[in-house]
Design a protein around this ligand. Structure first.
Ligand SMILES: NC(=O)c1ccc[n+]([C@@H]2O[C@H](COP(=O)([O-])OP(=O)(O)OC[C@H]3O[C@@H](n4cnc5c(N)ncnc54)[C@H](O)[C@@H]3O)[C@@H](O)[C@H]2O)c1
Length: 327
């Protein structure tokens, strides 16, 4: 069978494409290369440049490559932008998903994996977050992921398509430097960026009810995340698997912002002390995903450490910012 990976030239998509091809799966990528980079893809992966929301193109790819499963990663993903441009997020992340689902179901696809996010939970007041936690997203990005999950499940039921929604926690690291995230939207690249410019990393609030007072998040290595996609795809390909599964992809452990900055200082050798600024509105003290369901249903657990994530992310950062390596 062939898997269509939408957004496969992106940061996570390229890791998924690599993991799946390395495991012997046949893969074709559709990516419009807005934030993706074709050179991230292994040479033997076919890349079709175009929009995953273009029904005609997707139908042609499904027919030409005999696609029987889809891993859908293509999406806008910036929380701040989603607040400023909610229509864009609803139109592409949700409206586009409706078009994609209709098209691939019509083309005979009966397996679908959807990139969801821990953003669906909002800021629950709980230590570790199981999948049964009521979802209450706090921004349009998270809303489109939650509504996307509803749509994926409904579409699966309507068309007899087995579906899996993967709720990623904080993704970081790189399997190799050239595959690293090029965006500066998450805490690790944001700290790298400050250090590279000779500025102190910022901590937003150190008076949270956590051991060191800074917020705790669940960081998952992108190579582990890619293996979770492979596990999800293989589960869906098993005879007799039907229905839907919605599962956290995290480590079950948290790291605080202060711990993260300390490890970044050790790895980079740049020991600029952090400055503490006021809390940002809407930041939960702690967001760590429960992992039991992923272990039970996918046979998957994360194996890489926060240090692995930081070391590999820093190697990728230095590749693009040679001035950083000179420190
Ligand atoms: N990075 C994270 O921490 C994180 C966390 C939770 C969920 N996610 C989700 O994972 C997915 C991938 O995120 P990423 O970090 O790899 O982002 P990314 O921007 O690196 O990758 C997205 C890819 O999709 C492509 N793309 C965008 N719109 C497209 C379209 N209409 N048609 C075809 N291709 C299109 C881009 O060119 C890019 O290659 C997204 O759905 C995102 O919401 C990411």
């Amino acid at each position: 069978m062939t898997w269509l990976i939408t957004g496969g030239a992106g940061y996570i998509g390229a890791h998924v494409a690599r993991a799946m091809t390395a495991a012997g799966e046949r893969v074709v990528v559709v990516d419009n290369v807005t934030s993706g980079m074709p050179e991230r893809l292994p040479a033997d992966v076919a890349l079709v440049r175009g929009s995953a929301l273009d029904a005609e193109l997707v139908r042609r790819v499904c027919d030409e490559h005999a696609v029987s499963g889809v891993v859908h990663l293509a999406a806008h993903k910036q929380v701040g932008e989603s607040v400023e441009r909610p229509e864009l997020y609803y139109r592409d992340n949700l409206g586009g998903l409706a078009t994609l689902l209709e098209t691939v179901a019509d083309a005979g696809v009966r397996r679908f994996v959807f990139s969801s996010s821990a953003a669906v939970y909002g800021n629950p007041d709980t230590g570790v977050i199981p999948e049964s936690t009521p979802c209450a997203p706090v921004n349009p990005y998270g809303e489109t992921k939650l509504a996307g999950e509803w749509l994926v499940r409904a579409s699966g039921r309507a068309h007899g398509m087995a579906t899996t929604c993967l709720r990623y926690f904080n993704v970081a690291g790189a399997a190799e430097p050239a595959l690293a995230d090029t965006g500066v939207f998450n805490v690790i690249p944001m700290v790298f960026d400050r250090l590279t410019r000779g500025e102190a990393p910022r901590i937003f609030g150190d008076d949270y009810p956590t051991p060191d007072g800074t917020c705790i998040r669940d960081y998952v290595h992108v190579a582990d995340l890619a293996e979770a996609h492979l596990a999800a795809a293989r589960r869906l390909a098993r005879p007799g698997v039907s229905g839907d599964l919605t599962v956290n992809i995290g480590t079950g452990h948290g790291a605080s912002v202060r711990e993260l900055i300390d490890v970044i200082g050790e790895v980079t050798g740049i020991g600029t002390p952090a400055i503490v600024e006021p809390r940002r509105p809407g930041d939960a003290p702690r967001a760590v995903g429960a992992t039991e369901l992923a272990e039970k249903e996918l046979g998957w657990t994360a194996s890489r450490s926060v240090r692995d994530m930081i070391e590999s992310a820093w190697a990728g950062w230095c590749l693009r910012h040679p001035e950083a390596a000179a420190h």
